[in-house]
Design a protein around this ligand. Sequence first.
Ligand SMILES: [Zn+2]
Ligand SMILES: [Zn+2]
Length: 317
Amino acid sequence: MRFRTLKTIGVALVIVMAPWAVHSQSAGPATSTTRVVLLGTGTPAIDPDRSGPATAVIVNDTAYLIDIGPGMVRRAKAAVLDRGITALEPTKLRVVFVTHLHSDHTVGYPDLIFTPWTVGRRFPLEVYGPKGLKSMTENLMEAYRADIETRTNAHGNQREFPDGHKVNAHEITAGVIYKDENVTVTAFATKHAMESYGYRFDTADRSIVISGDTSPTQATIDACRGCDVLIHEANTLAWLAKRPETFQSFAAKYHTTTLQLAELATKAKPRLLIVYHASIVLRPIVSPIASSPEELLKEMQSRYTGRVVVGQDLDVY
Ligand SMILES: [Zn+2]
Ligand SMILES: [Zn+2]
């Protein structure tokens, strides 16, 4: 009787969880070929140790990027040089998913459009994100009109590959938004100060969910449900207590605390939880009120018994 009850529940879950349920039982990191590379784990804080939010999922020597925080292009090159991840060679970067249009997630966009082009990218970028992405892209092209013109005219040093600065901007809604031979990407709506999405990546061997900026939401739990890796933002309670009331009320609406993330992850049950976009610093001189990675981990582990790590730039999972 007990067995039959469990079986019935299992069937119900598979129906609810499609299309990603089939991948939930995939092999863990020990046999994985899919890798997660943290290119930027920071916040708007100007921290030289933590670039702005940017993450890469690497499958079969192809990189899929999530968010374009400041410093991302140079962190990608560092991943090539220091970690041997050749897929992150900046001239090879092509596919990008943007969680939302806040500046801390997108000020690296012109850098990603123009810098790899000037050193040899020959194909357009494919960028996916919320409404407003097309307008942001068009305005960046206009902002850099003089640069584009002088690089592509008869004397320009990029005239041989004039498509390398182009962008195909795709404005998305929730659901499967991208599929190729390596990966299926599903967007889910999150709860932030503007239209925002989290993304789930399903590859042959792993399932990876990334939150972007959001308060805790059932959609994230549903997207993960035993996924291999959940990458989620969090602020420490210790840091929030030292912030002004205006920020505390903003954060209560649009961000996640360690306490809330512990509750969420207990329900979502990822094999590995990576905390990123967190109010921490490696060096207290950067911000005396920010928490240390150890304090963040302690807040998480006091409430969450699953495997959890504090993401740092250039970590590979
Ligand atoms: Zn944001
Ligand atoms: Zn942010």
